[in-house]
Design a protein around this ligand. Structure first.
Ligand code: BGC
Length: 738
């Protein structure tokens, strides 16, 4: 439809029809004609409103979406199609690793392909919009949603944000891909104490410098929608926050796409205590240019009276409605309300060989080898007896909490992967121990008492499993433990203050390591866990996140040396929970701890813990030793740009992927600057014994920051450049910016 026709359509709508476009309801409102039950009653929404709504939340599947669309279109006076929006976060049917694992690949190009494949599956299944990527910067591992983020660094997160949006929206305006909704704008990851939905309060400087760049990268990459976050920023919940939504997002960044509230966030303005009732909540949200109200009656019921009373302008609402209609039009829904979705296409698109192959590659690149004492890894296939134990050893729960459309039965377990390398004489397996000591917390997520009682092992089975594991261990040369968090312990509303392995697994591990075998620990988790005890107990540790559909195959390839691990942490792993929040790019202090062994008292340090993380940002081992040398700057000065090169040499007889990282320090600024900031990285392939020169170009733009006057500028003076395999082990050189 041409712009003119779209404007005419807007003008021909009644207020009721217009406001309907600004309302999003979940699938339960659309499944039957006699709908006056349950959720509708609770929201106080009647069929008249349902018939006008503009979009549907979390319904997918070609058949289901078509049925709902057909029914809706038959009733729609102007034949305005519904938009189907859903949480398709790290895969639709083929599930990739959780985003914290994607961050560990340090490979945005690869992740762009993964999101392109995801969009292909999702589009076939009738989704028009995905609520992804989630690009919230995360520095506090207590927060369960670290699972959904690519990590703690603005530059790395921005690179992934761009890649994900680009992958999802490939060819969007010509019928390809699906529309991307970046979330949760803004700074949701900085919830105080890592407690879900809690307050965020930080300086504008930090917000702009560290928290906003990834959202901005998504907007610059053309994402069609932005979701507001649940948190407050500087005293105002984001859904009603004009500074963030109107000033920064709309005005400064020029974003003219759709802003959607997070789930019920408009009505939650009342609980926040900034609105007295639904009407005030609706007013605050629409005035901040929040276009769509997800799952509350505020807009549906209150926008019309607000217009009638002259409390809000008609133009304000018209602009929001137009943005929604424009999105529908840009996606071609007026011409084809299904956007090509069909069951036949689903069959062709889901879980193809190509997608599985890609999922395995992504999964392999996401795994981080944290420790490899005595080079116990890789194991030689069929040379020794391997005992695989632990609740994740033969478990299809490898896709994590937010893989809504993933199916457990598609998942390759770790045991299945091991069977590619070990015959039955060499592979021993038993579960060994339960996942959790107590499943009662699942009641909070809707499990009934009866269901909870069915979970886990009974006392008898627990004893038998332990006995079997100990007996099998006697026969084994190496024990591989597959341990980790329960799926429900991370993700939304998954904040924890104790982020160690579940107690029952810790006890089991301790008993087993007393047998003094070679030991490998595979950690499945949605966050960095505190592994301080485990690094002493086992020889090798592989951090595997929730590795997705192909997780078992990817892990087996690494354990048995087919793949050389290349993952690098995109989030620091704490030594103890007391260090949180924790991140490498700390500001300088007046009394820095210059050496970890410093003895004096009056410096910035803990009395009972190192300042350092257990595993640093950027850290990850491989089966090769890669040496760095000859850090060279093409000049001691920088005018417009600087070329920086370093030589990397693979001193091993196997090929490796090396992530070369470049950090800077701005030595003196008009405001305090971080000790190190990532500015660039390259993931390079190195054949056995190969040497390569890796070159970076640093520009003035890379040196910009928010100065004392809050200008985004670079300041002349001395800079240190650090290049290395992680933030800690770097070569250094200096230059002066003229
Ligand atoms: C989450 C969002 C999600 C939305 C819709 C909310 O609870 O915070 O990330 O997109 O629900 O399901």
């Amino acid at each position: 439809m041409k712009e003119q026709a779209l404007k005419e359509l807007l003008n021909s709508l009644t207020w009721e029809e217009k406001i309907g476009q600004l309302v999003q309801l979940s699938g339960d409102f659309f499944h039957a004609d006699q709908l006056a039950v349950g959720p509708q009653k609770k929201l106080g929404i009647d069929q008249r409103i349902v018939d006008q709504v503009g979009s549907v939340l979390n319904v997918t599947g070609a058949e289901k979406t078509k049925e709902i669309q057909d029914r809706h279109m038959a009733k729609s006076r102007h034949k305005i199609p519904l938009l189907f929006m859903a949480d398709i976060i790290y895969g639709y049917r083929t599930i990739f690793p959780i985003p914290l694992g994607l961050g560990a690949t340090w490979n945005p190009d690869l992740i762009e392909s993964a999101y392109q494949q995801t969009a292909e599956e999702a589009k076939a299944a009738g989704a028009h919009v995905t609520f992804a990527p989630m690009v919230d910067l995360v520095r506090d591992a207590r927060w369960g949603r670290t699972l959904e983020s690519t990590g703690e660094d603005p530059v790395l997160n921005a690179a992934f944000a761009k890649a994900m949006v680009t992958g999802l929206q490939k060819d969007l305006l010509n019928g390809g891909g699906i529309a991307s909704c970046v979330k949760h704008f803004a700074a949701y990851g900085a919830a105080e104490g890592g407690r879900e939905y809690n307050t965020v309060d930080m300086s504008e400087r930090r917000l702009r410098q560290e928290y906003l760049p990834a959202y901005k990268a998504a907007v610059d990459a053309g994402c069609q929608l932005v979701m507001t976050s649940f948190n407050t920023y500087d005293g105002m919940p984001v859904t009603g926050n004009q500074f963030l939504l109107k000033e920064i997002l709309r005005k400064e960044w020029g974003f003219d796409g759709v802003i959607i509230s997070d789930y019920a966030a408009i009505q939650e303005l009342i609980a926040h205590g900034v609105a007295a009732d639904d009407r005030e909540a609706a007013k605050l949200a629409i005035e901040a240019t929040t276009d769509i109200d997800m799952k509350t009656p505020c807009y549906a019921k209150e926008l019309e009276p607000l217009i009638e009373n002259g409390e809000i302008s008609t133009e304000l609402v018209d602009r929001s409605v137009y943005r929604v209609l424009k999105l529908k039009n840009d996606l071609g829904l007026f011409e084809d309300p299904y956007r090509g979705a069909s069951q036949a296409l689903e069959e062709q698109a889901f879980l193809t060989e190509e997608k599985r192959r890609l999922a395995k590659k992504v999964s392999a690149e996401s795994v981080v080898l944290l420790q490899n004492r005595n080079q116990v890894l890789p194991l030689a296939p069929n040379k020794e007896k391997v005992l695989l134990v632990g609740p994740y050893g033969d478990n299809q729960e490898l896709i994590g909490l937010w893989a809504v459309h993933g199916q457990r039965e598609d998942v390759v377990t770790i045991k299945k992967g091991f069977e590619n390398y070990l015959d039955s004489d060499h592979l021993l397996y038993t579960q060994g121990c339960d996942m959790l000591e107590d499943y009662a917390f699942l009641g909070e997520f809707g499990a009934t008492k009866d269901q909870i009682e069915q979970l886990g092992l009974d006392e008898q089975m627990k004893a038998t499993e332990l006995e079997t594991a100990l007996a099998l261990a006697q026969q084994a040369d190496t024990i591989v433990f597959a341990l980790g968090e329960h799926t429900m312990q991370s993700g939304e509303a998954g904040s924890r203050t104790d982020i160690t392995l579940p107690k029952i697994q810790q006890v089991f591990l301790q008993k087993m390591v007393e047998l003094k075998k070679k030991t490998v620990l595979i950690v499945i988790s949605g966050r960095p866990l505190v592994l301080t005890k485990e690094i002493e107990q086992v020889d090798a540790i592989l951090q595997a996140w929730f590795p997705g559909t192909e997780g078992g195959n990817a892990l087996a390839d690494i354990v048995f040396g087919q793949t050389n691990p290349s993952g690098r942490l995109s989030m620091s792993f704490p030594y103890s929970v007391g260090q949180l929040p924790l991140y490498y790019s700390e500001f300088k202090t007046g009394r820095p701890l210059t050496s970890p062994t410093h003895k004096g008292r009056f410096v910035s340090k803990y009395l009972d813990s190192p300042n350092e993380p257990l595993f640093s940002f950027g850290f990850g081992l491989s089966y090769s030793k890669v040496e760095y040398s000859e850090l060279t700057l093409n000049s001691e000065y920088m005018n417009e740009s600087l070329t920086i090169s370093v030589t990397v040499k693979n001193r091993s007889d196997r090929s490796a992927q090396e992530t070369v990282q470049l950090y800077i320090q701005d030595v003196t600024g008009s405001v305090v600057r971080p000790i190190k900031e990532l500015k660039a990285f390259q993931k390079v392939d190195l054949r056995a014994d190969e040497e390569k020169k890796v070159t970076f170009h640093l520009t003035r733009a890379d040196l910009k920051f928010y100065t004392k006057e809050m200008l985004f500028e670079e300041e002349p003076g001395k800079f240190i450049v650090f290049v290395g395999p992680n933030v800690k082990e770097t070569l250094e050189a200096t230059f002066d910016l003229k």
